[in-house]
Ligand binder design. Structure first.
Ligand code: FAD
Ligand code: EPU
Length: 339
């Protein structure tokens, strides 16, 4: 029997550590429970938030609706020649899945080590780090369609993955609850070590022929040195996306700011490092009330204790304004804003 609780604090369910109350809260442990839940028409009409690890959202206020915490577990794997197909429940912890694969020598997820959150959320923003994105290893996912109560499988093409984007954040927003994700990995590693910091760290450790475990450990080490641990200081990782601009705008900016940190992007466009833009505006490590930016990474907004969602949001607007004033570049929030 499903347990629907009332007036539940979400403080321990979001890595920003923002204190907000959910009017209704339910935990889903099996996919069949979704059908059971939505048999009652009152939930279909209600405002809804699907929650994994709460590591990519900012709650602006109490949530006047139903929070569905997806806790569906289970990892199954099948090996065919050198390919490994892994299917994991949406409620599995992402990094547990990474470790499951690293220990067994299944290659593909190692660059995505230590990203917080759940497996089910991983396709939502096509998580990425250190030169690899989810779409590089994604096979398909299975999701509950709220409108019909049917389960539907989405393959890679259906998901319209982009940089921190997918169909689930855009045209399919709010229509599906992902219940499991299937990955296609390999017994033969094809390492992506192009990210400068990985190369350097491997060199420092005198590793010339890295194993999957080496790469995972190096990535984890780099992440810990840069990013604040949500269990000690509230945050949701990068608050903004790295902006992608046209070549012409970039040339004008580079003429003015010769040090501007940039990377080539699709179709001749240029990706800028938002952290650099924010740092140049003087925000790095700034404390503003209960919020601020992280001292080692200006792209990460933090909760120094007791910050409200509104406070963090207002601060993020200040950053957007000052980056726009100085560089003419409009930052977009990466974190999901929940109002
Ligand atoms: P939540 O925050 O719970 O949800 C995020 C969104 O997905 C919400 O809109 C929610 O409604 C939706 N959602 C969640 N589960 C489901 C589901 N089962 N079905 C449908 N919708 C769902 N991200 C990166 O890409 N790369 C990084 O390197 C990275 N580093 C981070 C470092 C830190 C310290 C932190 C705190 C965050 C970082 N993130 C990073 C962001 C975050 O880890 C990812 O976005 C992660 O996938 C969020 O998972 P979650 O389960 O916590 O999602
Ligand atoms: N930089 C600064 N000042 C800063 C921060 C960064 O000048 O305060 C410059 C530096 O030149 C640095 C460059 O920006 O070399 C890039 O910084 P970093 O390697 O830390 O990566 P990022 O672009 O800030 C992105 C992702 C991260 C991901 C890392 C590693 C986005 C929005 N963020 O950050 O993802 O872990 O690359 O691949 O794309 C997340 O999405 O939550 C997240 C943490």
């Amino acid at each position: 029997m499903l347990q629907i609780q009332r007036n539940v604090s979400l403080k321990n369910f979001n890595t920003f550590g923002v204190d907000a109350i959910a009017k209704y809260f339910v935990e889903i442990n099996k996919k069949e429970e979704l059908a059971e839940l939505f048999m009652d028409p009152q939930w279909k009409q209600m405002k809804m938030l699907v929650l994994g690890g709460g590591s990519n959202l900012l709650l602006l206020k109490d949530f006047d609706g139903l929070v569905i915490r997806v806790n569906i577990r289970g990892i199954e794997h099948r090996i065919s020649h050198n390919e490994v197909f892994i299917e994991a429940g949406a409620g599995e912890v992402w990094n547990d899945l990474v470790n499951f694969c690293v220990i067994r020598g299944y290659a593909g997820l190692e660059n995505l080590s230590l990203i917080p959150g759940s497996v089910g959320a991983s396709p939502i923003q096509n998580i990425g780090a250190y030169g690899v994105e989810l779409q590089d290893v994604f096979h398909s996912c299975n999701a509950f369609e709220l409108q019909t109560g049917a389960f539907k499988t989405f393959n890679k093409e259906d998901c319209h993955f982009g940089y921190r984007e997918s169909a689930f954040k855009n045209e399919l927003k709010g229509q599906y609850i992902i219940v499991s994700v299937k990955f296609q990995l390999s017994l033969i590693p094809h390492f992506n070590l192009t990210y400068g910091a990985i190369e350097q760290e491997l060199k420092d450790r005198n590793i010339t022929s890295p194993t999957i475990r080496d790469v995972s450990q190096v990535v984890s080490h780099i992440r810990v040195s840069k990013l604040p641990d949500p269990s000690t200081i509230g945050n949701a990782g990068s608050f903004f996306k790295n902006p992608v601009i046209g070549a012409e705008q970039f040339d004008q900016l580079q003429a003015k700011f010769s040090e501007i940190v940039h990377y080539p992007a699709k179709d001749g466009q240029v990706k800028l490092a938002a952290g650099w833009l924010i740092e140049q505006c003087g925000w790095k490590g700034k404390v503003v009330g209960n919020t601020g930016t992280w001292k080692n990474q200006a792209l990460v907004l933090v909760n120094h204790g007791g910050a409200t969602g509104e406070e963090v949001y207002t601060f993020s607007s200040q950053i957007i304004d000052s980056v726009y004033t100085k560089f003419g570049v409009m930052l977009q929030r990466e974190v999901n804003i929940i109002s």
